[in-house]
Design a protein around this ligand. Structure first.
Ligand SMILES: [Zn+2]
Length: 57
């Protein structure tokens, strides 16, 4: 049996993806920005000023 455990594929884990602002919603009208919780759809949030659904950035 070939020994594959010692010659692993290196460190392929730990892929860190850091987008700048992955969780920001913005108002298409006035440009109001808000941090959203992960998994929340921006369109379910409304701008407090314009009362329109926000958009993902
Ligand atoms: Zn707005």
């Amino acid at each position: 049996m070939p020994d594959q455990s010692t010659q692993g594929s290196g460190r392929s884990k730990g892929n860190k993806r850091k987008n700048n602002n992955p969780s920001i919603c913005i108002c298409p009208r006035c440009g109001f920005e808000i941090d959203k919780a992960p998994g929340v759809n921006c369109r379910s949030i409304k701008c407090p000023e314009c009362r329109v659904p926000l958009m993902g950035k």
